[in-house]
Design a protein around this ligand. Sequence first.
Ligand SMILES: Cc1cc2nc3c(=O)[nH]c(=O)nc-3n(C[C@H](O)[C@H](O)[C@H](O)COP(=O)(O)OP(=O)(O)OC[C@H]3O[C@@H](n4cnc5c(N)ncnc54)[C@H](O)[C@@H]3O)c2cc1C
Length: 586
Amino acid sequence: MSFTLSRFLLPFGGSLQTANIFSNYGRILFPGRGVKFIAYSTARTQQGNEQLLVVVGGGAAGIYGAIRAKTVAPHLGVVVIEKGKPLSKVKISGGGRCNVTNGHCVDKMILAEHYPRGNKELRGSFFSTHGPWDTISWFSDHGVELKTEDDGRVFPVSDSSSSVVDCLLFELKRIGVSLQTGKTVANVSTTAGGKYLIKIEKRSIDFIEYVEADYLLIASGSSRQGYTLATQLGHSVVDPVPSLFTFKIEDAQLAELAGVSFPKVKAKLKLENVRRQMPQLTQIGPMLITHWGLSGPVILRLSAWGARDLFSSGYKGKLYVDFIPDLHLEDVKPILLQHKDKFAKQKALNSFPPDFGLVKRFWKYILEREDLSGDILWASVPNNSIISLVSLLKQCPFGVKGKGQFKDEFVTAGGIPLSEISLNTMESRKQLKLFFAGEVLNVDGVTGGFNFQNAWSGGYIAGTTIGLLGGIFIAMGNRPFWRTFKGYSETSMWLKTDRSIGLLVNELHVLASGNKEKDGGGYLSVATYDFLFKVGGTREGSPFFNSEDVNNLRVETSGVIVGSSPPETGREKQQIDSDFFFLHLT
Ligand SMILES: Cc1cc2nc3c(=O)[nH]c(=O)nc-3n(C[C@H](O)[C@H](O)[C@H](O)COP(=O)(O)OP(=O)(O)OC[C@H]3O[C@@H](n4cnc5c(N)ncnc54)[C@H](O)[C@@H]3O)c2cc1C
């Protein structure tokens, strides 16, 4: 069986030079859905015969995904289309330092808890395929040294986001990914041959070009255009709403305290339209008073967890802050009464229990909220005021009147529902060879490097899948098995196949087809079984890799098992429950 897939490019008033960037890419044969297997090997060295991946968006997810795809499949044509400047958010992120990831969340279950949208779905293979440690290793392998701060945030040692930007752009160029800036992907449709016909516009109105791509990775962040592209391909979009913002509080006296910070408060957000109990709407951590309200990690986390409900309530609600969370409610009154006795002749403003760990300016604010003038002596403070002070310290109510801005980080909740993609591969469940990564998905994290980690992980998984799909494959036949000798991690494996191959190869990926029903009909569930093999040595006797040129290839694992369900380790002989295998040559 063979496929001839013609490639076409229709430049409309576009420059020939630009058109040529794409014209180097061609096609290789690849089995379509329902085709059991196909042998293909000759195109590898032929110029102009590769497949093409177009990445929409040169942000963290798009660039990382493009690098990964091209690394896995060097012969794959990879083009990134970016409407503005590449990696512009990386550049401004973390106050110009770029909080690359979080180093305190090694456990994927704990990591997933930092994503108000995605916390359930991301508990699976997503972070075990490429988590914070993989990100840290990737950057250090590529020359960017990183450091982990006390709160877990990971930054470049240089304290400059340029280190991250320069590294990614250098790598992109080094491996031959084409980055085209100032161009917008305006439209996309599918062709009869199962490709993507992509309309690209340049700012200057008379420039339009059409490109046909084999793979499409939409990594357009929170851009509306990206959502439109997704809907053109049959996806739905969860309405995008802001996340990670400060709370506007109309309180002139509070505003006077701008700059006062609390290392630890416990804050609870109550919204009229939310009846259900949400434990995440209570947060503990540092808080900051600003000119127009409240900010700091506690507030940002509340804004993230409450993002959708805050949006529907018009950003109105009640916030209850416990300023002394380490003291029990019943202990606070005796502490104040003791203080009253001991300092009866002193002004209430000038002395307050040191156990509270408060600053004088804030104590004055609390007294004023209780209508106690600063000159009042402790002896004159009535006992019912003591009870009110306890309440203000332990459960101080603030009216949230609106949404502020948070300059250091801002993300969008909403996007493509995770139910519409496979997180094992980042492939769409609606369209084959369509992928999503990063903020375009309905995933967002709290502050601390979690949002970039989503972009790196998604980009990496999508890039791996595309690279493996876009490489050159030799089908090996039905239900091969391998024999492990020492257990999985350091094992030598022998692949048995009923087919002959006659190729000298340097590196192999062996892919198994996934369970078709479970994986929504995808013919390759690459990330489920992805083993990287190195070829070396020979072994006497058949039946392994019968071939004229290479008899009995010995393949040794040299990579990490990627995916959620690798076969169990340490067994003498194992069989993967799959229909067919491919060798993937890189
Ligand atoms: C000020 C600020 C600081 C931040 N700091 C941090 C931080 O320190 N740590 C952290 O983890 N997160 C941080 N974030 C969040 C983080 O930047 C995002 O989560 C992350 O950038 C998402 O990556 P992405 O690649 O999915 O999207 P983006 O980075 O938004 O990239 C998408 C790209 O696609 C392009 N694009 C969109 N549509 C099209 C189209 N149709 N055609 C062509 N190009 C298109 C856009 O121009 C953009 O460059 C910060 C966010 C902001 C706003």
